[in-house]
Structures are given as structure tokens and as C-alpha cells.
Write a protein that binds this ligand. Structure first.
Ligand SMILES: Cc1cc2nc3c(=O)[nH]c(=O)nc-3n(C[C@H](O)[C@H](O)[C@H](O)COP(=O)(O)O)c2cc1C
Length: 161
């Protein structure tokens, strides 16, 4: 196998949207992580998946919470993506208009996103140096009707008008 760098570059040619996964494990602080491995899986039953690095600061929180909210970011939310991609556990105090999921108690929901999926984790698969989380969509919401944040070849890009 060639270098990891080359594999990353190859995978980076797949343009993706950007999500922030949020959760709140029982009795602990909320957590969140920027993720572009998100994918839809099934409509019936409604299932989605994403992967998290085994050694991520957030892995224990998402496994303990057994639930997560998919916050799909809009083009003007790059700062949120950067905030939740930092190595320290991101601060939620500075996020205005944060709310809690009504369907999965206590799970944090970020403001002004394009769409939201409220999920319960149903299976955690081995994914090499990642865990693959399969979530059942318990509820979904549409948010703002505007352009998505797009990630391509290691950079945030804008879709043309
Ligand atoms: C656009 C983007 C997408 C990312 N997607 C993932 C992902 O799917 N899974 C993952 O574990 N980390 C992903 N990351 C990395 C995390 O957001 C975050 O930077 C990393 O988890 C922080 O380091 P730590 O958790 O190891 O402390 C992504 C980062 C960016 C900027």
C-alpha cells in the first residue's frame, strides 16, 4: 500500500457536505465533532451512518450517549465546522440559540443549519481505525433553504450560483 498521504489525497477527490454530529452522554457535558463521513443508508427503516476515529476525543461520548443529532451545515457555517474540528472538546457556551432535541432528550441541536436528523445509535461496527455508527432516524427537520457547506480536496468550497 502506498503512503497514507496519497490515499487521503485520492479520497479527497470525493466532494462532500459537512455535518456536525452532536450528543450529550448521561450526566456529562455535550460534545460535538465535524464529520464528512456521513451517508444515508436506508429509507425503510430510516438509517444513516458515519464513522469516528477510535482515538478521537469524542468517541467515548458518542458511544455512551447511544444517540446523536446530524446537523447539516450551510455555506455560511464554516466557523462552526472549524470550531467542532478542534482537538479540545468544543465549548457550547458561546453558541447562541442552541436548543435541545425534543425527541431524543437533551441532545444538542445547533442553530441555523440546513437540516437535522435526530438518531438513536443502533449498531457500532468495526471500521479499522474508526468505529462505524449506524443510526436509526427517529425524527428529521428541514432548516434554512440555502446553499450547503462543501468540502473538497481538504478545503471548504462554494457551489456556484
Ligand atoms: C471537513 C471535516 C470532516 C471530518 N470528518 C471526520 C469524520 O468523518 N470522522 C472523524 O472521526 N473525524 C472527522 N474529522 C476530524 C474531526 O472533526 C476533528 O478534527 C478531530 O476529531 C479532532 O481531533 P480528536 O478528536 O482526535 O481530538 C473531520 C474534520 C473536518 C474538518
Amino acid at each position: 500500500m502506498r503512503e497514507h498521504r496519497q490515499l487521503r489525497d485520492c479520497l479527497g477527490r470525493f466532494a462532500t457536505g459537512v455535518t456536525v454530529m452532536t450528543c450529550k452522554p448521561p450526566g456529562r457535558a455535550p460534545n460535538g465533532i465535524t464529520v464528512n463521513s456521513f451517508s444515508s443508508v436506508s429509507l425503510d427503516p430510516p438509517l444513516v451512518l458515519w464513522s469516528i476515529a477510535r482515538d478521537s476525543r469524542s468517541t467515548a461520548a458518542f458511544l455512551d450517549a447511544s444517540a446523536f443529532v446530524v446537523n447539516i451545515l450551510a455555506e455560511d457555517q464554516q466557523a462552526l465546522s472549524v470550531h467542532f474540528a478542534q482537538s479540545e472538546r468544543p465549548d457550547f457556551d458561546q453558541i447562541e440559540n442552541l436548543r435541545e432535541s425534543q425527541v431524543i432528550e437533551g441532545q444538542p441541536v445547533l442553530p441555523d443549519c440546513l437540516a437535522y436528523l435526530h438518531c438513536r445509535t443502533c449498531v457500532v461496527h468495526d471500521g479499522g481505525d474508526h468505529h462505524v455508527l449506524l443510526g436509526e432516524v427517529v425524527e428529521f427537520e428541514l432548516g434554512r433553504d440555502t446553499k450547503p457547506l462543501v468540502y473538497y480536496r481538504g478545503h471548504y468550497i462554494s457551489l456556484p450560483e
